[in-house]
Write a protein that binds this ligand. Structure first.
Ligand code: NAD
Ligand code: IPM
Ligand code: MN
Length: 358
Protein backbone atom coordinates (compact mmCIF):
# COMPACT_ATOMS: atom_id res chain seq x y z
CA UNK A 1 0.00 0.00 0.00
CA UNK A 2 1.05 3.54 -0.75
CA UNK A 3 2.06 5.41 2.40
CA UNK A 4 2.28 9.18 2.63
CA UNK A 5 4.45 10.39 5.50
CA UNK A 6 3.32 13.60 7.15
CA UNK A 7 5.57 15.07 9.78
CA UNK A 8 3.55 16.96 12.37
CA UNK A 9 5.23 19.72 14.37
CA UNK A 10 2.64 20.90 16.92
CA UNK A 11 5.10 23.40 18.43
CA UNK A 12 4.14 25.72 21.27
CA UNK A 13 1.24 27.64 22.83
CA UNK A 14 -1.93 27.12 20.83
CA UNK A 15 0.09 25.23 18.19
CA UNK A 16 -0.74 21.77 19.61
CA UNK A 17 -4.39 22.74 20.19
CA UNK A 18 -5.11 23.82 16.62
CA UNK A 19 -2.89 21.11 15.12
CA UNK A 20 -4.86 18.44 16.93
CA UNK A 21 -8.12 19.60 15.32
CA UNK A 22 -6.59 19.84 11.86
CA UNK A 23 -4.88 16.45 11.95
CA UNK A 24 -8.08 14.78 13.21
CA UNK A 25 -9.80 16.04 10.05
CA UNK A 26 -7.03 14.59 7.87
CA UNK A 27 -7.21 11.26 9.75
CA UNK A 28 -10.92 11.06 9.07
CA UNK A 29 -10.42 11.61 5.36
CA UNK A 30 -7.50 9.19 5.24
CA UNK A 31 -9.49 6.44 6.98
CA UNK A 32 -12.53 6.92 4.79
CA UNK A 33 -10.74 7.06 1.44
CA UNK A 34 -7.80 4.84 2.47
CA UNK A 35 -5.37 7.59 1.56
CA UNK A 36 -2.58 5.96 3.58
CA UNK A 37 -1.61 9.15 5.43
CA UNK A 38 0.83 8.37 8.26
CA UNK A 39 1.42 11.05 10.86
CA UNK A 40 4.54 11.32 12.99
CA UNK A 41 4.96 14.03 15.60
CA UNK A 42 8.30 15.66 16.33
CA UNK A 43 9.38 18.34 18.81
CA UNK A 44 10.04 21.75 17.28
CA UNK A 45 10.41 25.32 18.52
CA UNK A 46 10.15 25.73 22.27
CA UNK A 47 9.18 22.07 22.52
CA UNK A 48 12.41 21.23 20.68
CA UNK A 49 14.41 23.31 23.15
CA UNK A 50 12.73 21.53 26.07
CA UNK A 51 13.26 18.05 24.61
CA UNK A 52 16.69 18.38 22.97
CA UNK A 53 18.06 21.84 23.79
CA UNK A 54 17.55 22.90 20.16
CA UNK A 55 14.51 24.53 18.49
CA UNK A 56 15.23 22.47 15.37
CA UNK A 57 16.55 19.12 16.66
CA UNK A 58 18.55 17.04 14.20
CA UNK A 59 16.00 14.19 14.42
CA UNK A 60 13.16 16.58 13.60
CA UNK A 61 14.98 18.05 10.61
CA UNK A 62 15.84 14.56 9.35
CA UNK A 63 12.19 13.47 9.62
CA UNK A 64 11.05 16.59 7.74
CA UNK A 65 13.54 16.05 4.94
CA UNK A 66 12.32 12.47 4.52
CA UNK A 67 8.62 13.30 4.65
CA UNK A 68 6.04 13.87 1.94
CA UNK A 69 4.74 16.98 3.72
CA UNK A 70 5.22 18.90 6.94
CA UNK A 71 2.41 20.30 9.06
CA UNK A 72 3.30 22.99 11.61
CA UNK A 73 1.21 24.50 14.41
CA UNK A 74 3.14 27.51 15.70
CA UNK A 75 6.28 28.19 17.70
CA UNK A 76 7.45 30.68 20.29
CA UNK A 77 6.49 31.97 23.69
CA UNK A 78 7.75 34.01 26.64
CA UNK A 79 9.34 30.93 28.20
CA UNK A 80 11.99 30.86 25.45
CA UNK A 81 12.24 34.56 24.50
CA UNK A 82 15.67 34.80 26.13
CA UNK A 83 16.93 31.45 24.85
CA UNK A 84 20.26 31.54 23.06
CA UNK A 85 18.52 30.09 19.99
CA UNK A 86 14.87 31.12 20.11
CA UNK A 87 12.06 28.94 18.73
CA UNK A 88 11.71 31.39 15.82
CA UNK A 89 15.31 30.63 14.83
CA UNK A 90 14.26 27.00 14.44
CA UNK A 91 11.43 28.03 12.14
CA UNK A 92 13.71 30.12 9.92
CA UNK A 93 16.22 27.25 9.94
CA UNK A 94 13.60 24.77 8.80
CA UNK A 95 12.30 27.03 6.01
CA UNK A 96 15.84 27.52 4.83
CA UNK A 97 16.87 23.85 5.15
CA UNK A 98 13.86 22.73 3.10
CA UNK A 99 14.42 25.56 0.58
CA UNK A 100 10.88 26.84 1.07
CA UNK A 101 11.26 30.12 -0.81
CA UNK A 102 7.59 30.61 -1.69
CA UNK A 103 4.93 31.18 0.95
CA UNK A 104 1.33 31.31 -0.28
CA UNK A 105 -1.13 33.07 2.05
CA UNK A 106 -4.66 33.30 0.69
CA UNK A 107 -7.27 35.45 2.40
CA UNK A 108 -10.78 36.35 1.46
CA UNK A 109 -14.00 37.74 2.80
CA UNK A 110 -16.25 34.70 2.74
CA UNK A 111 -19.56 35.46 0.97
CA UNK A 112 -22.21 35.58 3.68
CA UNK A 113 -19.64 36.37 6.37
CA UNK A 114 -18.95 40.00 5.47
CA UNK A 115 -19.88 40.95 9.03
CA UNK A 116 -16.64 39.28 10.22
CA UNK A 117 -14.69 42.13 8.67
CA UNK A 118 -13.94 45.28 10.65
CA UNK A 119 -14.26 47.09 7.33
CA UNK A 120 -17.58 48.39 6.00
CA UNK A 121 -19.32 45.68 3.95
CA UNK A 122 -19.21 48.01 0.92
CA UNK A 123 -15.40 47.90 1.07
CA UNK A 124 -14.85 44.34 2.28
CA UNK A 125 -17.30 42.45 0.07
CA UNK A 126 -15.60 40.27 -2.50
CA UNK A 127 -12.05 40.80 -1.24
CA UNK A 128 -10.00 37.78 -2.27
CA UNK A 129 -6.23 38.16 -2.16
CA UNK A 130 -3.29 35.78 -2.35
CA UNK A 131 -0.05 37.01 -0.81
CA UNK A 132 2.97 35.37 -2.43
CA UNK A 133 5.68 36.04 0.13
CA UNK A 134 9.36 35.40 -0.55
CA UNK A 135 10.40 33.30 2.46
CA UNK A 136 14.12 32.54 2.46
CA UNK A 137 15.77 35.87 1.65
CA UNK A 138 15.86 39.53 2.57
CA UNK A 139 16.33 40.89 6.07
CA UNK A 140 15.45 37.59 7.71
CA UNK A 141 18.55 35.89 6.37
CA UNK A 142 21.12 38.67 5.93
CA UNK A 143 24.20 39.04 8.07
CA UNK A 144 23.50 40.44 11.53
CA UNK A 145 25.71 42.27 13.98
CA UNK A 146 24.81 43.25 17.48
CA UNK A 147 26.71 44.96 20.25
CA UNK A 148 25.60 47.11 23.18
CA UNK A 149 25.40 50.30 21.14
CA UNK A 150 25.01 49.18 17.56
CA UNK A 151 23.12 46.60 15.54
CA UNK A 152 22.61 45.88 11.86
CA UNK A 153 20.59 43.54 9.65
CA UNK A 154 21.65 43.19 6.04
CA UNK A 155 18.98 42.98 3.33
CA UNK A 156 20.03 41.16 0.19
CA UNK A 157 18.27 39.77 -2.87
CA UNK A 158 19.81 38.11 -5.89
CA UNK A 159 18.43 37.81 -9.41
CA UNK A 160 17.67 34.11 -8.97
CA UNK A 161 15.80 34.69 -5.72
CA UNK A 162 13.55 37.34 -7.27
CA UNK A 163 13.02 35.44 -10.52
CA UNK A 164 11.83 32.23 -8.91
CA UNK A 165 9.34 33.87 -6.56
CA UNK A 166 8.05 36.09 -9.39
CA UNK A 167 7.37 32.98 -11.49
CA UNK A 168 5.35 31.51 -8.63
CA UNK A 169 3.25 34.68 -8.39
CA UNK A 170 2.52 34.84 -12.12
CA UNK A 171 1.65 31.15 -12.24
CA UNK A 172 -0.69 31.51 -9.28
CA UNK A 173 -2.28 34.58 -10.88
CA UNK A 174 -3.14 32.53 -13.96
CA UNK A 175 -5.25 30.27 -11.78
CA UNK A 176 -7.08 33.22 -10.21
CA UNK A 177 -7.74 36.77 -11.38
CA UNK A 178 -4.68 37.11 -13.67
CA UNK A 179 -3.37 40.18 -11.87
CA UNK A 180 -0.13 40.60 -9.93
CA UNK A 181 0.65 43.59 -7.75
CA UNK A 182 4.32 43.65 -6.87
CA UNK A 183 4.91 45.46 -3.60
CA UNK A 184 8.29 47.04 -2.87
CA UNK A 185 9.99 50.21 -1.67
CA UNK A 186 11.76 50.99 -4.94
CA UNK A 187 11.73 54.73 -4.23
CA UNK A 188 14.37 54.05 -1.56
CA UNK A 189 15.82 50.54 -1.39
CA UNK A 190 18.36 49.03 -3.76
CA UNK A 191 16.95 45.54 -3.23
CA UNK A 192 13.54 46.89 -4.25
CA UNK A 193 14.94 48.48 -7.42
CA UNK A 194 16.42 45.14 -8.40
CA UNK A 195 13.15 43.44 -7.42
CA UNK A 196 11.06 45.73 -9.63
CA UNK A 197 13.35 45.40 -12.65
CA UNK A 198 13.42 41.61 -12.48
CA UNK A 199 9.69 41.30 -11.87
CA UNK A 200 9.18 43.37 -15.05
CA UNK A 201 11.44 40.96 -16.97
CA UNK A 202 9.62 37.89 -15.68
CA UNK A 203 6.26 39.52 -16.45
CA UNK A 204 7.18 39.61 -20.14
CA UNK A 205 6.75 35.83 -20.17
CA UNK A 206 3.17 36.15 -18.88
CA UNK A 207 1.46 38.56 -21.29
CA UNK A 208 -1.93 37.24 -20.13
CA UNK A 209 -1.29 38.47 -16.57
CA UNK A 210 -1.59 42.15 -15.66
CA UNK A 211 1.22 43.56 -13.52
CA UNK A 212 1.28 46.69 -11.45
CA UNK A 213 3.68 47.95 -8.77
CA UNK A 214 2.98 49.62 -5.47
CA UNK A 215 5.16 50.98 -2.73
CA UNK A 216 4.60 49.08 0.49
CA UNK A 217 3.27 52.08 2.41
CA UNK A 218 0.67 52.79 -0.25
CA UNK A 219 -0.17 49.08 -0.43
CA UNK A 220 -0.85 49.03 3.31
CA UNK A 221 -3.29 51.85 2.81
CA UNK A 222 -4.98 50.31 -0.23
CA UNK A 223 -5.42 46.99 1.56
CA UNK A 224 -7.87 48.57 3.96
CA UNK A 225 -9.39 51.21 1.66
CA UNK A 226 -9.82 49.07 -1.46
CA UNK A 227 -8.88 45.42 -0.85
CA UNK A 228 -10.92 44.44 -3.92
CA UNK A 229 -8.28 46.00 -6.20
CA UNK A 230 -5.85 43.16 -5.38
CA UNK A 231 -5.60 39.65 -6.76
CA UNK A 232 -2.05 38.36 -6.16
CA UNK A 233 0.37 40.41 -4.06
CA UNK A 234 3.99 39.51 -4.79
CA UNK A 235 6.41 40.76 -2.19
CA UNK A 236 9.61 40.22 -0.25
CA UNK A 237 9.95 38.46 3.08
CA UNK A 238 9.38 41.19 5.68
CA UNK A 239 6.75 43.14 3.74
CA UNK A 240 4.88 39.86 3.17
CA UNK A 241 4.96 39.04 6.86
CA UNK A 242 3.44 42.38 7.79
CA UNK A 243 0.92 42.70 4.97
CA UNK A 244 -0.41 39.16 5.43
CA UNK A 245 -1.26 39.78 9.09
CA UNK A 246 -3.01 42.99 8.07
CA UNK A 247 -4.87 41.18 5.32
CA UNK A 248 -5.99 38.43 7.68
CA UNK A 249 -8.02 40.89 9.73
CA UNK A 250 -9.95 42.00 6.65
CA UNK A 251 -11.46 38.52 6.48
CA UNK A 252 -12.24 38.61 10.20
CA UNK A 253 -9.36 37.08 12.17
CA UNK A 254 -5.81 35.90 11.86
CA UNK A 255 -7.16 32.60 13.21
CA UNK A 256 -8.83 31.89 9.86
CA UNK A 257 -5.78 31.86 7.61
CA UNK A 258 -3.75 28.93 6.39
CA UNK A 259 -0.59 28.91 4.32
CA UNK A 260 1.56 26.70 2.14
CA UNK A 261 5.30 26.99 1.61
CA UNK A 262 7.21 25.36 -1.17
CA UNK A 263 10.62 25.15 -2.74
CA UNK A 264 11.86 23.94 -6.11
CA UNK A 265 11.35 20.34 -4.99
CA UNK A 266 11.08 18.32 -1.78
CA UNK A 267 8.41 18.34 0.90
CA UNK A 268 6.16 21.35 1.28
CA UNK A 269 5.16 22.84 4.62
CA UNK A 270 1.68 23.87 5.72
CA UNK A 271 0.94 26.11 8.67
CA UNK A 272 -1.59 28.66 9.89
CA UNK A 273 -0.16 32.17 9.59
CA UNK A 274 -0.81 33.00 13.24
CA UNK A 275 1.66 32.48 16.07
CA UNK A 276 1.55 30.55 19.31
CA UNK A 277 -0.77 33.14 20.94
CA UNK A 278 0.60 32.78 24.48
CA UNK A 279 -2.20 35.06 25.72
CA UNK A 280 -4.83 32.39 25.03
CA UNK A 281 -2.74 29.18 25.13
CA UNK A 282 -4.09 26.28 27.18
CA UNK A 283 -7.62 27.71 27.37
CA UNK A 284 -9.08 25.75 24.46
CA UNK A 285 -10.41 28.95 22.90
CA UNK A 286 -8.09 29.35 19.89
CA UNK A 287 -9.60 29.34 16.44
CA UNK A 288 -8.52 26.15 14.66
CA UNK A 289 -9.90 27.30 11.28
CA UNK A 290 -6.52 28.49 9.99
CA UNK A 291 -4.94 25.16 10.88
CA UNK A 292 -7.82 23.28 9.24
CA UNK A 293 -7.50 25.49 6.16
CA UNK A 294 -3.78 24.61 6.13
CA UNK A 295 -4.70 20.92 6.25
CA UNK A 296 -6.94 21.47 3.23
CA UNK A 297 -4.01 23.16 1.45
CA UNK A 298 -1.88 20.12 2.31
CA UNK A 299 -4.41 17.90 0.54
CA UNK A 300 -4.82 20.26 -2.40
CA UNK A 301 -1.34 21.59 -3.11
CA UNK A 302 0.80 19.03 -1.30
CA UNK A 303 -0.92 15.83 -2.38
CA UNK A 304 -3.04 16.94 -5.36
CA UNK A 305 -6.21 15.59 -3.69
CA UNK A 306 -8.54 18.29 -4.99
CA UNK A 307 -11.86 16.64 -4.15
CA UNK A 308 -10.80 15.81 -0.61
CA UNK A 309 -9.52 19.33 -0.06
CA UNK A 310 -12.81 20.74 -1.35
CA UNK A 311 -14.78 18.53 1.05
CA UNK A 312 -12.77 19.78 4.02
CA UNK A 313 -12.93 23.43 2.97
CA UNK A 314 -16.61 23.12 2.35
CA UNK A 315 -17.24 21.56 5.78
CA UNK A 316 -15.20 24.32 7.45
CA UNK A 317 -17.05 27.08 5.64
CA UNK A 318 -20.42 25.52 6.43
CA UNK A 319 -19.63 25.46 10.15
CA UNK A 320 -18.85 29.19 10.00
CA UNK A 321 -21.98 29.91 7.94
CA UNK A 322 -24.02 27.95 10.51
CA UNK A 323 -22.85 30.42 13.14
CA UNK A 324 -20.03 28.68 15.03
CA UNK A 325 -17.61 31.32 16.32
CA UNK A 326 -14.55 31.09 18.49
CA UNK A 327 -13.70 34.01 20.79
CA UNK A 328 -11.63 35.89 18.19
CA UNK A 329 -14.85 36.23 16.16
CA UNK A 330 -16.94 37.14 19.18
CA UNK A 331 -18.42 33.71 19.89
CA UNK A 332 -18.10 31.06 22.56
CA UNK A 333 -17.18 27.95 20.57
CA UNK A 334 -14.10 26.26 21.97
CA UNK A 335 -11.21 25.12 19.82
CA UNK A 336 -12.18 21.48 20.30
CA UNK A 337 -15.94 21.99 19.84
CA UNK A 338 -15.33 23.95 16.65
CA UNK A 339 -13.08 21.17 15.37
CA UNK A 340 -15.69 18.56 16.29
CA UNK A 341 -18.33 20.52 14.37
CA UNK A 342 -16.14 20.60 11.29
CA UNK A 343 -15.70 16.82 11.52
CA UNK A 344 -19.48 16.36 11.89
CA UNK A 345 -20.00 18.29 8.68
CA UNK A 346 -17.20 16.34 7.06
CA UNK A 347 -18.82 13.06 8.15
CA UNK A 348 -22.08 14.13 6.50
CA UNK A 349 -20.17 14.71 3.28
CA UNK A 350 -18.38 11.37 3.55
CA UNK A 351 -21.70 9.57 4.15
CA UNK A 352 -23.22 11.28 1.14
CA UNK A 353 -20.20 10.31 -0.90
CA UNK A 354 -20.47 6.63 0.18
CA UNK A 355 -24.19 6.60 -0.57
CA UNK A 356 -23.49 7.88 -4.06
CA UNK A 357 -20.61 5.48 -4.62
CA UNK A 358 -22.54 2.53 -3.13
P1 NAD B 1 0.19 35.67 17.46
O1 NAD B 1 -0.25 35.43 16.05
O2 NAD B 1 0.58 34.48 18.24
O3 NAD B 1 -0.98 36.42 18.26
C1 NAD B 1 -1.44 37.72 17.88
C2 NAD B 1 -2.87 37.92 18.44
O4 NAD B 1 -3.76 37.12 17.67
C3 NAD B 1 -3.01 37.48 19.88
O5 NAD B 1 -3.92 38.33 20.52
C4 NAD B 1 -3.59 36.09 19.77
O6 NAD B 1 -4.38 35.70 20.87
C5 NAD B 1 -4.43 36.20 18.51
N1 NAD B 1 -4.49 34.91 17.80
C6 NAD B 1 -3.49 34.34 17.07
N2 NAD B 1 -3.89 33.16 16.59
C7 NAD B 1 -5.15 32.97 17.00
C8 NAD B 1 -6.10 31.92 16.83
N3 NAD B 1 -5.84 30.82 16.11
N4 NAD B 1 -7.31 32.06 17.42
C9 NAD B 1 -7.62 33.16 18.14
N5 NAD B 1 -6.77 34.19 18.33
C10 NAD B 1 -5.54 34.09 17.78
O7 NAD B 1 1.38 36.72 17.40
P2 NAD B 1 2.31 37.28 18.60
O8 NAD B 1 1.51 37.38 19.85
O9 NAD B 1 2.94 38.46 18.04
O10 NAD B 1 3.42 36.17 18.79
C11 NAD B 1 3.38 35.16 19.78
C12 NAD B 1 4.53 34.19 19.55
O11 NAD B 1 4.30 33.46 18.34
C13 NAD B 1 5.89 34.86 19.39
O12 NAD B 1 6.85 34.07 20.01
C14 NAD B 1 6.08 34.89 17.88
O13 NAD B 1 7.42 34.94 17.50
C15 NAD B 1 5.44 33.60 17.49
N6 NAD B 1 4.97 33.49 16.11
C16 NAD B 1 5.13 32.29 15.51
C17 NAD B 1 4.63 32.08 14.25
C18 NAD B 1 4.79 30.74 13.61
O14 NAD B 1 5.11 29.79 14.30
N7 NAD B 1 4.59 30.61 12.33
C19 NAD B 1 3.94 33.11 13.60
C20 NAD B 1 3.78 34.34 14.24
C21 NAD B 1 4.31 34.52 15.51
C1 IPM C 1 5.21 34.06 10.41
C2 IPM C 1 5.94 34.47 11.66
C3 IPM C 1 7.44 34.23 11.49
C4 IPM C 1 7.92 35.15 10.38
C5 IPM C 1 8.29 34.46 12.75
C6 IPM C 1 7.78 33.66 13.92
C7 IPM C 1 9.73 34.13 12.51
O1 IPM C 1 5.66 35.77 12.00
O2 IPM C 1 5.28 32.87 10.02
O3 IPM C 1 4.52 34.90 9.83
O4 IPM C 1 8.17 36.34 10.61
O5 IPM C 1 8.04 34.67 9.26
MN1 MN D 1 4.07 36.67 10.79
Amino acid sequence: DQVTRIVVLPGDGIGPEVTNEAISCLEMLSDHFELGLRFEEHPFGGAGIDAHGDPLPETTLHACRNSDAVFLGAVGGPKWDKAEKRPEVGLLGLRSALGLFANLRPSRVIPGLESFSPLKASIATGADVLVVRELTGGLYFGERTQSDDFASDLCTYSRVEVERIAHVAFQEARRRGSKVTSVDKANVLATSKLWRRIVEEVAAGYPDVTLDHMYVDAAAMALVSAPGRFDVILTENLFGDILSDQLSVIGGSIGLLGSASRGADGPMMFEPIHGSAPDIAGLDIANPAGAIASAAMLLEIGLGLHEHAAMLNNALEQVLLDGARTADLGGDSTCSSFGAQVREKLQERLDRHSAMAG
